[in-house]
Design a protein. Structure first.
Length: 267
């Protein structure tokens, strides 16, 4: 998979250093498997946005392909404006995405609503968004705009408007993201524009970017499902299988811990 071009000079330029968890260093994309799947990259913006890579296989072994240190990246913050679902849900899907990415839009329109209906609403899944702008200045602007909309509790509405069919073709300049915010129901547009250019928005986007690069993500969309990496707008069944496998694993772990607490052997 091509190495992304350096984004346009902005205050939120990422360091791209791998994350360190004590003695554990999460290395490059090859280790995590992101490079095994075809996804949008900054060097390839002309692809048909309906295309996807080969389906990511999810092993029957719930531990295979799962990195416990990556599972710890779930914030589980009940006040997270860029998340949906219960903070204590057994499964957390972290999505690293760019609003100018066609594959991200495909996932947002075709797959994510079904995941929300099937798994978020019953308390199984939580989705946590991470801004991962890799297509330059307009990507950065859209990312900060999404964050700013979130400060007025309209992130997911902005997300829907920005990923609507044909939206990215209109660009994400300042006037355009303001119009999207208005469409999303952001009430205080003056505050929105101030927040968009504020230090807090830049810092939040930079933090997400650095986390993505730190785990070896080189394209969008990239996902973690309880520490299992999946890259690209994969078929619905790939996500369903990964979520259900993770839910079963979490249930087994909870049952085992309960047995140990009661002085019984874990099953």
């Amino acid at each position: 998979m091509p190495t992304p071009k350096k984004p346009a000079a902005t205050p939120s330029k990422p360091s791209r250093k791998p994350l360190v968890y004590g003695a554990v260093v999460v290395l490059a994309a090859g280790l995590l498997g992101f490079a095994s799947y075809k996804a949008t990259s900054p060097d390839d913006t002309s692809k048909d946005t309906t295309a996807t890579g080969p389906a990511a296989e999810v092993s029957a072994d719930p531990n295979e392909g799962v990195y416990p240190e990556l599972a710890k990246l779930a914030r589980r913050d009940a006040d997270d404006k860029l998340a949906i679902g219960r903070a204590d849900a057994p499964v957390v899907l972290i999505e690293y995405a760019d609003f100018k990415c066609g594959y991200c839009g495909k996932f947002a329109r075709d797959t994510e609503p079904e995941l929300i209906e099937k798994y978020v609403e019953d308390g199984t899944l939580r989705i946590e968004w991470r801004n991962f702008p890799i297509f330059g200045e307009e990507s950065e602007t859209a990312a900060r705009a999404a964050w700013a909309a979130g400060q007025q509790d309209r992130f997911w509405e902005f997300h829907g408007a920005a990923y609507a069919e044909g939206a990215k073709e209109k660009g994400f300049g300042k006037d355009r993201v303001k119009a999207l915010a208005d469409e999303a129901g952001v009430k205080d547009l003056d505050r929105f524009m101030k927040d968009l250019d504020g230090d807090a928005a830049r810092a939040a986007v930079k933090k997400d970017q650095e986390q993505a690069y730190g785990i070896g993500a080189t394209s969008t969309p990239s996902f973690l499902i309880n520490g299992r990496p999946i890259a690209g707008a994969q078929p619905d069944e790939t996500f369903a299988q990964a979520i259900e496998t993770a839910a079963e694993q979490a249930k087994a772990k909870t049952t085992g811990n309960a047995g140990n607490d009661a002085g019984e052997p874990a099953k």
